[in-house]
Design a protein around this ligand. Structure first.
Ligand SMILES: NC(=O)c1ccc[n+]([C@@H]2O[C@H](COP(=O)([O-])OP(=O)(O)OC[C@H]3O[C@@H](n4cnc5c(N)ncnc54)[C@H](O)[C@@H]3O)[C@@H](O)[C@H]2O)c1
Length: 341
């Protein structure tokens, strides 16, 4: 169907897994599939006669202790340094598979088969792998690229609608930071996207994933440009943690907070801020930040990996498709937050 590339990674976008599986060297290499258990419930027929380890659904599995449990099972399966792992699931399984494959025997080959919209357009791409500590997300990890990414859009047919909408938040973020054309495409095709019209969803994945590929290609180790992907995430991660709400919903609120602060600093017009807010809301994402307790959030934000002493790099959009990176002190942040929220 479509093929994208970044660094030396190939992303195949196909309508079905059966079309994509030919790209895996299943005859050549000993392979273990790490499969999200919800995905397996619907799609077990795809993994007949394969070695499968089921990964219980949920963020709790992204932990060092669970990674160790899986590694013990890989040893029991007799894997060696020439074997490969294939992670099949959403961002949780992608992050976990990449982490395990990167540290098991000092690194074996891995392929990601993302099954949520969020993982197809974002989490699977870029080689950021990792697990959480008890309190903080993605605190332990490394950057190591997958050998290949296989996107099969048919997986989305069993994805709960709420999860589809969460994923759409990342595509809207990609549009905001890099592409007014993608923003217009999502605006114009929202109903078709939400009803998974095949051609439109394929085009959305291709356009959205391509933005992440271009950014990672230019800045694989997050020195500068890749930070732009954190638009909405400084507060988004804190909201996700503090309010235990899904990633997509949390970054929707994070984008609204970033836009509010940018408007307050006269770096963004209210009109553009409203345009973003309207699209997020039409997609079914939360936009009401009046319910957020900022004191509570700031405690989490202060633990952000991107903080530098008493300042934090925040991404603002200045117009749709154009961003700026801003060093904001906690002092300024708290003062601004009191005014805008
Ligand atoms: N590495 C990165 O660059 C990066 C970027 C963004 C997010 N992430 C991480 O991704 C994770 C979130 O990913 P996610 O939103 O995909 O969540 P997820 O992996 O938890 O999946 C969401 C839910 O959908 C279910 N599911 C997945 N695919 C399905 C399918 N096809 N049919 C039925 N059910 C299905 C899962 O069991 C789960 O319950 C977070 O841990 C986040 O930190 C990583």
């Amino acid at each position: 169907m479509e093929k994208l590339n970044y660094l030396d990674v190939t992303i195949h976008i196909e309508s079905s897994y059966q079309n994509a599986v030919k790209w895996l060297d299943l005859e050549e290499r000993q392979t273990v599939f790490l499969v999200d258990d919800n995905v397996f419930t619907f799609w077990s027929h795809l993994f007949e006669n394969q070695k499968v380890i089921l990964i219980p659904s949920g963020e709790a599995q992204k932990s060092l202790s669970f990674a160790e449990v899986i590694i013990e099972q890989l040893i029991d399966h007799g894997l060696d340094r020439h074997s490969q792992l294939v992670g099949v699931g959403g961002g949780v399984v992608c992050d976990l598979t990449g982490f395990i494959a990167s540290v098991f025997m000092r690194g074996i080959r891995f392929t990601l088969v993302p099954t949520t919209l969020l993982s197809m357009t974002d989490a699977a791409i870029g080689g950021k792998n990792g697990v959480n500590t008890q309190q903080y997300k993605n605190m332990i990890g490394l950057i190591n690229q997958p050998w290949m990414i296989l996107c099969a859009t048919s997986f989305l047919s069993t994805l709960p609608k709420d999860e589809l909408i969460n994923g759409l938040a990342e595509s809207i973020k990609h549009a905001c930071i890099q592409s007014a054309a993608l923003f217009n495409f999502i605006e114009a095709n929202l109903t078709k996207i939400l009803s998974l019209e095949e051609e439109v969803i394929g085009e959305l994945i291709q356009k959205s994933a391509n933005i992440k590929c271009e950014i990672v290609e230019k800045d694989p180790t997050e020195k500068h440009l890749r930070k732009t992907l954190n638009y909405g995430h400084t507060f988004g991660h804190a909201i996700e943690k503090a309010y235990k709400i899904p990633h997509g919903k949390a970054i929707s609120l994070g984008m609204i907070i970033a836009n509010s602060i940018a408007c307050q600093r006269n770096q963004l017009t209210q009109q553009t801020s409203d345009k973003v807010c309207n699209l997020l809301s039409a997609a079914g994402l939360p936009v009401d930040i009046s319910v957020i307790d900022m004191e509570k959030l700031t405690r989490y934000v202060k633990k952000d990996k991107k903080k530098k002493g008493d300042t934090l790099d925040m991404i603002f959009i200045e117009e749709i498709g154009k961003i700026s990176i801003n060093s904001v002190s906690f002092e300024e942040l708290l003062a601004l937050e009191k005014e805008v929220i």
